[in-house]
Design a protein around this ligand. Structure first.
Ligand code: FCB
Length: 468
């Protein structure tokens, strides 16, 4: 994963019909957490637990999108992008995660989908973007195999209700976050720090993906397209020694290949299995699971933010200690590459995007790839003239689009690019302290103000490319 390319300036055209869009997630935008029969998710519980969210906020209101979706859909229409990726809230559709559907929850998504279609926007559904019904967590959560079967039931309910209008369906968003970050690193709901739970959770998420796809394929008609979104953090070895190379390999294995290989090849990477041997014998993987997980995909969603530079750390430290960078790699160190950074101190690293796209295409038999998230957080503010001048976000997007175009030039079958995100929202453990949107949100008044980047992206979409 190391092909970089500095993209020259100049105008850049994208292939005809390129899929422009924006992306959101239910818990980050909807608010209205008790409306319409919705019950608690693990994120409601977590965000209401002291000291879990950086600024002490929670998603009770977020963008109040549940009530203001028409205004939001109008803003999307003003952007002119043909796609809108959003997730369904499991606790709205099946409040306890089991049993029959909650019609009021389904009706909300029917109204939303209708509003999108009327405005010529294609809805792109993510089934699961982390808001597990709390009741299922109480019964063991993702470390329990049972939850994979519950996801499949939920997938079928959602599909039966919405598949007449919605053609694009993805199962999971970023399974690494709902497994390792959530059950070993403690940073996301439910905030556990148990490496074994995390490895089991990863497998059950992937199994749920496969089972959900089986249900969808069973029901599908012509025109439906199915996939998954996985986030990749390409790993760069940042030290000269064999120990550094081994640390980089281990972090890459647990971060990227642990998810890609089962989904795309039907196997766990053998080096990751041996890395994790002190922790687990993979006895939680039953015969036949990997065939279920490896399903034909019509599209692959890639979320990309930046690479990570890794060296070996103190060899005496415990690789399996929880709460550190990755299960089985807690002895490795993330190094600052010295690149310019966003407001979250994330490296601005468009070269890594070209690199990861070409690496995917060379390494796996890939279906068409869609970048289902790419974006950046900045300390946006409303200026004296009432506008939000977010030139840093524009420069970031411009650079990443040039990097995406370079991958297309190198032969990658890249079909679309969705900006994370349309409106500033509840950014998980960072709460309301990180603004990623093309539209500024005044969290108090709920006023939406399109930023400069909104108008810039509208022009990119209209032109199907970048100006000089
Ligand atoms: C991704 C998540 C998305 C948002 C962005 C910034 O990991 O999928 O919900 O938090 O990061």
């Amino acid at each position: 994963m190391n092909k970089e390319s500095a993209q020259p300036k100049g105008s850049v055209a994208f292939p005809e019909g390129f899929g422009w869009g924006t992306a959101t997630a239910s818990y980050q935008i909807e608010g209205a957490v008790t409306a319409g029969g919705r019950k608690s998710s693990i994120w409601d519980t977590f965000s209401h637990t002291a000291a879990k969210i950086r600024d002490g906020s929670n998603g009770d209101r977020a963008c109040d999108h549940y009530h203001r979706y028409l205004e939001d859909v109008d803003l999307l229409a003003g952007l002119g992008a043909p796609y809108y990726r959003f997730s369904l809230a499991w606790p709205r559709i099946q409040p306890d995660g089991v049993g029959k559907a909650n019609q009021e929850g389904l009706d909300f998504y029917k109204r939303l989908v209708e509003a999108l279609l009327v405005r010529g926007i294609t809805p792109w559904v993510t089934l699961y973007h982390w808001d597990l019904p709390q009741r299922l967590q109480d019964q063991g959560g993702w470390p329990s195999r049972e939850v994979a079967y519950r996801l499949a039931d939920y997938a079928e309910i959602a599909f039966k209700a919405l598949s007449g209008q919605v053609d694009h369906w993805t199962t999971l968003n970023e399974p690494i976050c709902s497994s390792l970050l959530s059950y070993a690193q403690g940073e996301h709901a439910p905030g556990h720090r148990d490496p074994l739970e995390a490895i089991r959770a990863a497998h059950h998420l992937l199994l749920g993906h496969g089972l959900a796809l089986e249900r969808w394929r069973h029901e599908q008609r012509d025109g439906h397209q199915f996939g998954i979104t996985i986030n990749l953090e390409p790993i760069v070895c940042a030290g000269p020694d064999e120990a550094d190379r081994d640390a980089a390999r281990r972090v890459d294995g647990i971060t990227n290949r642990l998810f890609l290989d089962p989904v795309l090849k039907g196997q766990y990477p053998s080096d990751v299995i041996s890395d994790l041997a002190p922790l687990t014998d993979f006895g939680h993987v039953f015969e036949g699971d990997l065939e279920v997980i490896r399903q034909p995909l019509d599209m692959f969603g890639l979320n990309y933010y930046h690479r990570n530079w890794i060296t070996a750390g103190d060899p005496r430290s415990d690789r399996f200690s929880p709460g550190t960078i990755r299960v089985g790699s807690a002895d490795s160190v993330v190094v600052d590459p010295g690149l310019p950074t966003t407001a979250l101190d994330w490296p601005i690293d468009p070269g890594g995007l070209t690199g990861v796209l070409t690496w995917l295409a060379e390494t796996y038999r890939m279906p068409p790839i869609w970048i289902t998230e790419s974006g950046s957080a900045w300390n946006d503010r409303v200026d004296g003239d009432g506008a939000v001048h977010d030139s840093d976000r524009i420069a970031y997007l411009d650079a990443h689009l040039r990097a995406a175009r370079a991958a297309i030039d190198a032969g990658v079958d890249l079909r679309g690019y969705f900006v994370w995100t349309s409106t500033d929202n509840f950014e998980w453990a960072l709460g309301e302290s990180a603004r990623f949107g093309l539209i500024y949100l005044d969290y108090e008044t709920q006023r939406r103000i399109p930023k400069d980047s909104y108008r810039w992206f509208r022009d990119v979409v209209a032109r199907n490319g970048l100006a000089d």
